[in-house]
Design a protein around this ligand. Structure first.
Ligand code: ADP
Ligand code: MG
Length: 351
């Protein structure tokens, strides 16, 4: 038993948010071990969308884990087909953010009781997505317990080409794929949260965005040689962007009116549009940075993929406390209070 193991835990552990908890309890110790045993260290450890380890000559393996807990990440009575699809999609989204091509995954499943119909639906959704991306189920674990799905996905990338959160440079352009905020709008409708202007066909569209996200795998692969940094937007754009800013030691200036939104979201009150697009979770779009001279290349890529790619701002020097400046399209900065509120992304231990 090591000395560290015998030390009593910090007394304020229960007050830590999700990311402080990972940093203080796991990342610090893992990094100490990497320094002590560099010959076995990964090429990239905790803190990005996936870890990177050396594999075959000229190739690296990207590994990521995402867990879905019933009534936390999905409604326990949700369509099992969609739950199966989404469980894998959120993992492939992390691989896409690293620029990796999916190859395989393991599946750990806790089930309250055996329900054949649920399992068949779940497996159909899972394999339909797996087949679409040539990603093979290679193992896992099954036990009884509260409904929980944990997938570890593996992808490959040519050596040295993984797109990290730490590569953004001052002057870079900041981009997002697709449209933001529809999944949050669907959740607001389920929760009866705000006064919404939604017709039934609008509801179908936003529900689809919540329950059936599309991992941007082709985009991630195309970005290997273009992007300086990237991540996938799972907890809300501005909160997630903060991870790039911290890892790259830079700041950002964002035009909030430039955030790409669907027609359905644009029909809602402005405050709802801002909140859904800037801090709503479950988008699974990519946010990435490129050198500012890459705009023509990105326009071409957008046309090739049939996927909107929108420039939403630029990387600036970090101004300590104030690493994010939010402006509207007239160049008027939002108040510090509003900026802070819109940066609040989902945190499992705070929300
Ligand atoms: P993402 O939203 O991209 O899936 P997370 O926000 O879940 O990433 O996690 C942030 C980072 O912390 C990732 O690098 C992830 O691998 C790591 N991480 C999360 N939980 C743990 C844990 N319990 N032990 C070690 N690393 C963790
Ligand atoms: Mg991610």
């Amino acid at each position: 038993m090591t000395k560290q193991f015998l030390q009593s835990p910090p007394s304020n552990t229960h007050k830590l948010g999700e990311f402080e908890l990972i940093r203080d309890i796991f990342k610090t110790r893992a990094e100490q071990m990497m320094k002590a045993k560099p010959q076995h260290a990964p090429l990239l450890g905790i803190g990005d969308d996936g870890a990177v380890i050396a594999s075959r000559p000229n190739e690296e393996l990207v590994i990521t884990t995402d867990m879905l807990v019933a009534d936390r990440h999905f409604f326990a009575d949700a369509d099992p087909y969609l739950v199966g699809k989404k469980s894998l999609a959120v993992n492939l989204s992390d691989l896409a953010a690293m620029g990796a091509k999916p190859t395989g995954f393991t599946l750990a499943l806790a089930l309250p009781k055996q329900r054949q119909a649920w399992l068949h639906g779940f497996a159909n959704g899972l394999f339909d997505l797996a087949e679409l991306f040539d990603c093979h189920l290679i193992g896992g674990d099954t036990c009884q317990g509260p409904l929980t799905i944990s997938i570890t996905a593996f992808g490959v990338i040519p050596s040295g080409q993984a797109i990290k959160r730490s590569g953004a440079q001052v002057g870079d352009s900041i981009w997002v794929s697709g449209e933001l905020g529809d999944a949050r709008l669907a959740l607001a409708h389920h929760r009866n949260e705000w006064s919404l202007n939604l017709e039934s066909k609008d509801l179908d569209q936003v529900n689809q965005r919540l329950h059936s996200p599309v991992p941007r795998v082709a985009l991630g692969i195309a970005l290997r040689e273009i992007a300086t940094s990237a991540l996938d937007i799972s907890d809300g754009l501005l909160g997630d962007l903060r991870h790039i800013l911290e890892a790259s030691h830079v700041g950002a200036q964002i035009n909030i009116d430039a955030l790409p939104r669907s027609q359905v979201l644009r029909r809602q009150a402005q405050a709802i549009q801002y909140q859904c697009a800037a801090s709503g979770g479950d988008d699974y779009e990519l946010c990435f940075t490129t050198n500012s001279n890459q705009h023509d290349k990105i326009t071409k890529l957008s046309a090739e993929l049939g996927l909107p790619l929108t420039c939403i701002g630029q990387i600036i020097k970090s101004q300590d406390e104030n690493s994010l400046i939010l402006e509207n399209s007239d160049g008027v900065p939002l108040s510090p209070k509003q900026t802070k509120e819109l940066q609040r992304s989902f945190d499992h231990f705070r929300d």
